[in-house]
Design a protein around this ligand. Structure first.
Ligand code: GDP
Length: 287
């Protein structure tokens, strides 16, 4: 979390990923369902060409259910397999496992024709920091998982963990670097708390958030804070500050504290299930 990337890190991460990807059949790419585009790094399409692809929209419990559906359809239309999950919760396992087998159908069929039976599909989890890679591996392969031991060709220290008799997962995820060069991407990653708050001004972020919620999730602010959302965004923040007692000793409004409160409540889902970008480009005008 709150990773700092330098060109050297990126080169190293990319080289490691290219090595690991040689060992696998399927790339399980984890994204954040609240920002499915901004939490991707399209370089993976190049690094992972010729591999089966599954995109998991994780933290779908925090995202707008309708938007989850649109994004899943969007990725399917692009030729990926896609499923929405909450990686903390085992209830999605069956669906993910079925989708893995579906995604690797051709490989399984090829094996069968060659007379190779019961060779598990090998997969690797990748994604930018904080999307839930470790949580996913723990939930899906955690306690019950049998470590299958080092195999020839596997980078030392890496292990395969068994999801079930048909699927094995590399125990360490591949870390992709975010596309921060794009300012909109940076802002959205800051919104979900994946970039240090001191890089982007938290008051600015909270004002953008207030505008976004007013426009796309009418009622969310009123419902949570019981304040009017009329007027300028900064007036709304002031009302929230008063309501929640964000007042300095000298009786001035503590905007920074109120802003941190709003962002914290958004990030933990207390402002409702909110998605910050849509496949049809809705949300772009707010960036
Ligand atoms: P990684 O950096 O990609 O390995 O991300 P982590 O697995 O460390 O997860 C980052 C944070 O997101 C942790 O606080 C997790 O508890 C939380 N998290 C992961 N998956 C989910 C999810 O599906 N829903 C919610 N609400 N939180 C999640």
């Amino acid at each position: 979390m709150n990773y700092q990337w330098y060109p050297g890190h990126m080169t190293k991460a990319k080289r490691q990923m290219q090595e690991d990807i040689k060992l696998i059949d399927l790339i399980i790419e984890i994204t954040d369902a609240r920002v499915p585009m901004s939490s991707r790094n399209p370089d993976i399409d190049d690094i992972g060409r010729n591999k089966s692809r599954l995109i998991l929209l994780n933290k779908s419990d925090l995202a707008d259910p309708k938007a989850n559906e649109s994004w899943i359809q969007y990725f399917k239309d692009q030729g990926y397999h896609a499923v929405g999950i909450d990686a903390r919760n085992k209830s999605g396992i069956k669906k993910v496992q079925n989708t893995i087998l579906e995604a690797c159908k051709e490989k399984i069929e090829r094996d069968r024709k060659k007379g190779i039976k019961n060779r598990p599909v090998r997969a690797m989890v990748v994604g930018i920091p904080n999307v839930g890679k470790s949580t996913f591996i723990n939930t899906y392969a955690g306690k019950a998982a049998t470590k299958t031991g080092n195999k020839p060709g596997v980078t030392k220290g890496k292990q395969w963990v068994r999801l079930n008799k048909s699927v094995e997962l590399l125990d360490t995820p591949g870390i992709l670097w975010p596309k921060f060069e794009d300012q909109t991407v940076g802002e959205r990653l800051a919104m979900i708390g994946s970039i240090k708050d001191d890089i982007l001004n938290i008051e600015e972020l909270s004002l953008v958030m207030i505008d976004y919620l007013r426009e796309h999730y009418a009622g969310a602010i009123e419902h949570r804070y019981e304040v009017s959302v009329e007027g300028r965004h900064v007036e709304v923040l002031e009302r929230i500050a008063r309501k929640r007692g964000c007042i300095k000793q000298n009786q001035e409004i503590d905007y920074a504290k109120a802003a941190a409160l709003v962002m914290d409540e958004f990030r933990s889902g207390r402002l409702g299930r909110v998605t910050l970008e849509y496949p049809d480009g809705c949300g772009e005008e707010d960036a």
